[in-house]
Design a protein around this ligand. Structure first.
Ligand SMILES: O=C(CO)COP(=O)(O)O
Length: 248
């Protein structure tokens, strides 16, 4: 891992995958394998959250309603997530920005719903390939960050995790190079430092996009990389354990 005072985090985003059998497998694996120096988190679908009964791994949801409760059919509130033991929630994943048309404004409202209930949001940012090819990565990511800070206030930086997930690297096997990752992570930290230097130095910035057991260590070794948000490889116990070990 990179040498700094930030405690690494590895979060598994199961997306719309997994079942109760995988919950059991994963719980057993983390009972037997401890990672003293890393915060490990699993983010299964809503239906499996209550199936996690151990304290051996942290629990996160994959999205949250921007509303506190009431007549919003199909939605899940911050209070409900806390009730089943979630401490974290992924917000603004690119798949939701695309499939559910979540705008920067809506993402900011969701982060605020999490923040104001004491949940830690894992805010996903990252560019599509066309934006990278146009040389506009920093502008794109800054806009995504600014929308959240503008809505929630700078205090949110004290209870937030950022995940940089370039869309072209998600589920494609095309991992960003360690240099590409470090460049954007350093930009994110410096951008946040303009708002609150202390919070920016402390905030964890995870990388996501085709991280696997083989490439994890090299990515995690970058100065401004504080762990990973893992998709496909988080569904295989041995791979996920190896990635956690790489961050440990
Ligand atoms: O989207 C991701 C995690 O949120 C990354 O997915 P993959 O690890 O499958 O590329």
């Amino acid at each position: 891992m990179a040498v700094n005072s930030r405690r690494p985090m590895v979060a598994g985003n199961w997306k719309m995958n997994g079942d109760l059998a995988l919950v059991t497998q994963m719980q057993d694996a983390f009972k037997q394998n401890r990672f003293e120096n890393v915060d490990v988190l699993v983010c299964p679908p809503f239906t499996l959250l209550a199936g996690f009964s151990s304290n051996d791994v942290g629990l996160g949801a994959q999205t949250i309603s921007e509303h506190p409760g009431g007549a919003h059919t199909g939605e899940i509130s911050a209070v409900m997530l806390r009730d089943v033991g979630c401490g974290h929630v992924i917000v603004g994943h690119s798949e939701r920005r695309t499939d559910q048309h979540e705008s920067n404004t809506l993402v900011a409202a969701k982060v605020n719903a999490a923040f104001s209930s004491g949940l830690t949001a894992i805010l996903c940012v990252g560019e599509p390939l066309a934006v990278r090819e146009a040389g506009k990565v920093f502008d794109h990511v800054a806009e995504q960050l600014d929308a959240v800070i503008g809505h929630c206030g700078s205090d949110v930086l004290n209870n937030l995790v950022i995940a940089y997930e370039p869309i072209w690297a998600i589920g494609t096997g095309n991992t960003a190079s360690p240099e590409q990752v470090q460049e954007v992570h350093a930009f994110i930290r410096s951008h946040l430092a303009k708002v609150d230097a202390m919070a920016a130095a402390k905030i964890r910035i995870l990388y996501g996009g085709s991280v696997n057991a083989t490439n994890a260590a090299q990515i995690f070794a970058q100065t401004d990389v504080d762990g990973g948000l893992i998709g496909g490889a988080s569904l295989k116990v041995t791979d996920f354990l190896a990635i956690c070990q790489a961050a440990n």
